[in-house]
Design a protein around this ligand. Sequence first.
Ligand SMILES: [Zn+2]
Length: 398
Amino acid sequence: MTNLSRRLLACALTASLAFAAGAPAWAGEAAPNRMAAQGVDASPARAKNIILFLADAGGVSTLNAASLMAYGEPLKLHIQQWPHLGLSETSPVDQFVSDSANGMSSIMTGVKTRNGVISQTPDAVRGRQDGAPAKTLLEYAEERGLRTGVISSQSIADATPAATYAHSNDRAKWGEIFPQAFTPRFGDGVDVLFGAGRQKIGEQLAAKGSSFEALSQTHDRPIYARLDEAPASNTRPVVVGDQMDVRAATLRALDLLQAAPEGYLLVVEWDAHTDDARKGLQNIADFDRLIAEVEGRVDLSDTLLLFTADHSFGLQVDGGRRGEPVLEGYDAWKAAGSDEDIVRLENVLVNRTHTAEEVPALAIGAGADGVRGYFPNTRLFHVMMEAWGWGAADHPTR
Ligand SMILES: [Zn+2]
């Protein structure tokens, strides 16, 4: 059988099975569209599990530079071998350049909003007036009985992780954001929550008359300060540390979530801002190695792996030779302790700010076919919903 006839047969089988099973109204319409656009490396359309890897500020040029720094050559990152690539546009409703709050909220809810706003509709006024809560992918997953996990190298109340489990008119309101992990609107809330930011979250809780201890007692859910403090018997652990070992956290979360027969959503954020070029690029290289390790532990026939960024960043490689370090001049810059906005290294120019151009969306596994072409970042919400088979009729934000 040729690849084409095998694919057509698979399409026919999928379609007839869908109708036989009393599929929702959208199935007959959505399935053929998806199949028509599949390439020869077509992935299974349906995912049971989704893992979203979010490199904060990890734009195209940052991935390029990370490969050059870590491997001395372009295209050496593991994720640069994935078969499905799109370019995701990140702007908020009223500006060209996004922050993490709007960027991640758009991906998680399918609704573009304003900078500073956490998963609320764009009528929100930052710090002053709420918009309506925009239902997040994590909330859909919880509502449907899936297990969920959120991990961050940064504060677990900071904009990117917050946009998965909270709704707020201001990303700075950590004392209001963090407790929402314990008062879910759907299901029993985030099952596995591992991140940093303990001191500052604690201070903001105190300013609201609360504390980690009070939250723990009220919700009968301990909030540990270190990963190794959470006992193995705790299947819904919450750890808020001073810092977070993202690799250890991700592998632990995976063990817990993979034990769930109903499927899971895992969101992992790793900071990749290149204000400090070596630090940001090393984070990308480490994240990439972790992603390869995770890929080795999942079944791509029922799991979607998606990598993207919430916004891009002003780093560019504009010189250099193979065999020589791309970050030539970095040590001298670091030693000088300069805090200027423009960093001029030998081969690299860093404009230390977010930038507007599209960021990569890379995918492999079940439902990965939906990632292709240029699109607004809100499309990624629909790609993930449709990978689960939760079509347009089920999520009116489309
Ligand atoms: Zn960001």
